[in-house]
Ligand binder design. Structure first.
Ligand SMILES: Nc1ncnc2c1ncn2[C@@H]1O[C@H](COP(=O)(O)OP(=O)(O)OP(=O)(O)O)[C@@H](O)[C@H]1O
Ligand SMILES: [Mg+2]
Length: 491
């Protein structure tokens, strides 16, 4: 374990790290911070949730000269949500030094951003399109920037942002330091990236597997038409605190969110076609816990750090192994545990093998749960809740009513009735889901065919990092239909 004080970090930044509760550096931080402080270009690859943001953020902030009123560092990120999240983490790291950090992204009022830019931020975090927009309008100058960072670099290059990124980098002095970070860095993308770097050092955190070991990984073979029932049974049995369900396309995400609601789950979808306001509100609700299932396309969730996500469900298997790594990486972050379940149409078996080969980790096979198991899961959750209520020892005012019931019926019958009332019986309300064809067999697939749902490179939306309110131990995750609109009990 490496202590931050051994990495050459300034006292002001050390103070911020302490305030953030960071005690020891993660491996990627320990390996890249000293190199970065020496101004080396580098490509940093480490598992999801292992602190890459601070790995690039700490040295960048330490190199900012706060007495100078111009932009000295820039971070480019693929989505608005991520830009906001990264800027918030940088703000916290820069708190001790009073570093000014500004996020700029499409969809937000440009005049407001222009006013904020006049406030002379030291660091800009933004999406490629909007950064270019400000460069073209001459509302932002990058000629004093010494550090340029591409977060989720492989995704941005995959999405066709290479020209935008090169145009942005062309505005930054050549002596700059350029850093690329991601949990995945396929070789062709890395070679493309090296074009705009100077003898980059490649820092790959040595790990046997590409995914963190604290995520349990399972797959379930299930036919398309049964997938939804299997999903709801799993939700009933596993009672996730917060869950993310990944669908392949935007339509899929919308239909899944609607179907989950029909069956009484608090779910909402997020993808690139929603308005910015809607996306902000969905993410905020998810972080606060007033919805507990987020249905998303891959790109919508890249890099997002939401505490409390205990389960990830791949309703559709992702088309490439990198997407798998990023999807399941929304759980098991910062040393926490998580569970990832992947549904596989029997004809998609080859994709499972490709994922396993890339991650160097086998998924464990699980059988689809039955209705009875789902009911049992819900009963268990209610029983836990009852025991918890007993432990809280605050039942005085119910004693009289209990005695009255027990005078009429025996204890077992009374408890059975209470259990029945509290248990959400598995719901089989019919739902409408358009069938997705299984992915083409590997042999039919063209190289670089990544046509997926999600963002189209434009129209990215922002979301705010909400407060992570503590969620009281609630076990039954579903609301029955008649009280579904009352979300306050979930806060
Ligand atoms: N040294 C540390 N000690 C404790 N917590 C840390 C440390 N470094 C980072 N964290 C926390 O770990 C969480 C994950 O960090 P971060 O989002 O930077 O991961 P990442 O490696 O960028 O993941 P991804 O590949 O999914 O983008 C964050 O909540 C962050 O604040
Ligand atoms: Mg990250």
């Amino acid at each position: 374990m490496t202590k931050f004080q051994d990495l050459g970090i300034s006292p002001a930044t050390m103070k911020s790290l302490k305030r953030m509760g960071f005690e020891e550096a993660t491996p990627i931080q320990a390996q890249t911070i000293p190199l970065s402080l020496e101004n080396k270009d580098l490509i940093g690859q480490a598992q999801t949730g292992t602190g890459k943001t601070a790995a690039f953020g700490i040295p960048m902030i330490d190199k900012i000269d706060n007495t100078k009123d111009f932009i000295q560092g820039i971070v480019i990120a693929p989505t608005r949500e991520l830009a906001i999240q990264v800027s918030e983490e940088l703000y916290k790291i820069g708190y001790g030094k009073r570093t000014k950090v500004l996020s700029i992204y499409g969809g937000q009022d440009i005049n407001r951003q222009i006013r904020a830019l006049k406030n002379k931020p030291h660091i800009i975090v933004g999406t490629p399109g909007r950064i270019l927009d400000h460069i073209n309008r001459k509302t932002m100058r990058l000629d004093h920037v010494h550090t340029a960072i591409l977060d989720e670099a492989d995704e941005m290059l995959n999405m066709g942002f290479i020209d935008d990124i090169e145009a942005i980098l062309a505005q930054i002095p050549e002596e700059r330091q350029t850093l690329l970070f991601s949990a995945t860095m396929p070789a062709p993308i890395r070679r493309m990236a090296e074009r705009f770097m100077k003898e980059p050092q490649i820092v790959r955190v040595k790990a046997k597997e590409m995914t963190v070991s604290s995520i349990e990984q399972y797959y379930i073979e299930v036919h398309e038409k049964n997938k939804f029932d299997v999903l709801t049974r799993l939700l009933d049995i596993q009672s996730p605190e917060l869950a993310i369900v990944f669908g392949r396309t935007k339509r899929r995400v919308d239909e899944l969110a609607e179907a989950l609601n029909l069956r009484g789950y608090m779910a909402e979808g997020i993808h690139g076609d929603l308005s910015q306001a809607k996306r902000i509100s969905v993410l905020r609700k998810f972080k606060e816990g007033s919805i507990d299932v987020l249905v998303a396309t891959d790109v919508a969730a890249r890099g997002l750090d939401i505490s409390g996500v205990t389960h990830v469900y791949n309703f559709d298997i992702p088309q490439d192994p990198e997407s798998y790594v990023h999807r399941i990486g929304r759980t098991g972050r910062a040393g926490k545990t998580g569970v990832a379940m992947t549904f596989i149409n029997p004809r998609e078996k080859s994709y499972l093998h490709v994922v396993e080969r890339t991650t160097k980790r086998k998924m464990e096979r699980m059988d689809a749960p039955t209705l009875d198991e789902a009911l049992e899961g819900q009963q268990k959750a209610v029983m836990e809740k009852i025991m918890q209520t007993i432990e809280e020892n605050n039942l005085e005012s119910y004693k009289e009513a209990a005695d009255e019931l027990l005078a009429q019926k025996d204890a077992s019958t009374v408890v059975q009735a209470v259990l029945k009332m509290l248990t959400k019986e598995p719901d089989t309300t019919p739902v409408k889901l358009t069938e997705e064809k299984p992915l083409p067999s590997k042999r039919d697939r063209k190289p670089n065919d990544r046509s997926r749902g999600g963002y189209n490179g434009k129209g990215r939306q922002g979301g705010q990092k909400g407060s992570y309110k503590s969620r009281q131990g609630h076990t039954g995750k579903r609301q029955s239909h008649n009280n579904r609109s009352n979300s306050s009990s979930y806060r």
